[in-house]
Ligand binder design. Sequence first.
Ligand SMILES: *[C@@H]1O[C@H](CO)[C@@H](O)[C@H](O)[C@H]1NC(C)=O
Ligand SMILES: *[C@@H]1O[C@H](CO)[C@@H](O)[C@H](O)[C@H]1NC(C)=O
Ligand SMILES: *[C@@H]1O[C@H](CO)[C@@H](O)[C@H](O)[C@H]1NC(C)=O
Ligand SMILES: *[C@@H]1O[C@H](CO)[C@@H](O)[C@H](O)[C@H]1NC(C)=O
Ligand SMILES: *[C@@H]1O[C@H](CO)[C@@H](O)[C@H](O)[C@H]1NC(C)=O
Length: 513
Amino acid sequence: MCKILVLLLFSFCFFVTNAIVCREGYTLVNNKCIAFLPPYHNSGYYTSYDQCNDLGGNAVSIRTAIDNTAIAKLAINKGYLDKIWIGLECWEDNNPDDCIWADQQGNASRYNNFQPGNPQIDNGKCVYMIPSTGKWVSEDCFSSSITIACETDIIGACTHKFGDYCYHPIIGRMNHDEALNICEQMCGGSLVSIHSPEENAYIHALFNDPSIYIGAKMSNSARNYWSDGTNWNYDNINFSNINDGQCYTMSRDDGKWNSRGCEEYLSSVCKWKASSECQATCTGPKYREETGLITLLTHQLSYIQYRGVPPCYYVLHVPNGSAAIWFDSIRLDSKSSIEVYSDTGNSTPIAVITSENEYSKGSITSSGEFIKLVFNQCKDNCDVTRLYWWTAHFGMNYGARCGEVLYTNGVITSQNYPNNYPNNYNCTYYIQNPSGTRPMQIHFDHFETEENHDFVNIYNQQSGVLYYSLSGNLYSNATYILDALCQSVRIEFTTDGRNTFSGWSASFNPWYY
Ligand SMILES: *[C@@H]1O[C@H](CO)[C@@H](O)[C@H](O)[C@H]1NC(C)=O
Ligand SMILES: *[C@@H]1O[C@H](CO)[C@@H](O)[C@H](O)[C@H]1NC(C)=O
Ligand SMILES: *[C@@H]1O[C@H](CO)[C@@H](O)[C@H](O)[C@H]1NC(C)=O
Ligand SMILES: *[C@@H]1O[C@H](CO)[C@@H](O)[C@H](O)[C@H]1NC(C)=O
Ligand SMILES: *[C@@H]1O[C@H](CO)[C@@H](O)[C@H](O)[C@H]1NC(C)=O
């Protein structure tokens, strides 16, 4: 009796402290978050499928009878009594082996619930479910007026627990920064940090990919650190490739960590403390070092629809430099704002960005090594009818330090900016593409020089080809995306002996679509 009571108490605590959350509008059924999206423009399965993808989901994949029944019941509860697209496409009559699930994780041979005589390709390659019976029927993919069952990830489900931490594998195709952002929105987690051989073995058993990102990174000063800010007290580095890149991956073969570039698209593992943090509105500060991307949100999902738990604020640190932040893309709702501070305390913000002034999204530079960024997100009666997001980069403010070779994200300016630049002046910068694989983007926040006299020339440093020769006032036509093959550019600023203007300020970083 006593034992049972203790057990019950335990499971109750477990239930309370591991908040399992679906995004707004989605319902949790059997560890899946499901929403039914009514026919989109009445143009069939593929259009609805794309709409579900745009919301960060995928047409539902059903692998057990329990899931099938649960989804059928949910559809009925929500009033969808007719037909429901599921994420299955078939290529051969009466052969579920040749039906492929939308999550690309296999076919319907192990479980299916086809109505006798199906799949029937003459009727179409797509498949709907009849909620009242749970049976599956083939249908023309362009058949209109069918609702789709859209499935998204659970936020904060502690499906893999080791010690006091939850682990969540993210399968597939994100670069290091993108994966880190997703992890930060899972109960304020981060890419996994590893502190013992046992923990390393546990992570190693979680995935099948040849290699995955872990949270280990090497700074420009060759110091290793964890992206969650914990101590570097254990490592399993493969020392034969120590200088191949700044991010570490774990190998499937033996769990060794290999140094790799940060721009490859790989799977990864998130980690967060298995406490009640998921129920909080924010989860403590997030510390990031040197350079990078921070964002709410990726995947075209509005931060309003996404009920992950973001960090309370970000602290961005650019060692030995002046820190700068710039927004690549931003659309705020009228009830949210972003405050930017020059230090980690509660001084006066150096900038407050709202929906009123977001168009003036030039770079914001700190007087010191730190920037603190606070996102005050709309809490009540938020506008859910439009998409809202922001993405920002941070890096070094190099200012007007002529002759320098720059390796990482940052901001450069003309001499004396925003005051007038000198006459008879010549300054050259060399910028190495910070990503090996992505095109480089140079964005001029401001550009005003004497037209046809004072030039900014952008060259491919290897081939010598002149990409752009800029002068005058660029107004808003100021983003230049250089081709991915260009690994190094030279930027020359030359002025003649007469007339000066306020000059220019430019941020550069890898280009994200
Ligand atoms: C279907 O999946 C099973 C394993 O789940 C696999 O053995 C089989 O080869 C697959 N069939 C096809 C046609 O891909
Ligand atoms: C260690 O690095 C070397 C060189 O890149 C590579 O050939 C080898 O496979 C790596 N070892 C493991 C266990 O990943
Ligand atoms: C910062 O500068 C000092 C002095 O120049 C140098 O010793 C130190 O290594 C630098 N630290 C980093 C992280 O670059
Ligand atoms: C500016 O300086 C660079 C490097 O010293 C030189 O190659 C270039 O010819 C100079 N340009 C002008 C217009 O003086
Ligand atoms: C913007 O810049 C591009 C590239 O330099 C140029 O081709 C285009 O004509 C410019 N557009 C406007 C409106 O100035």
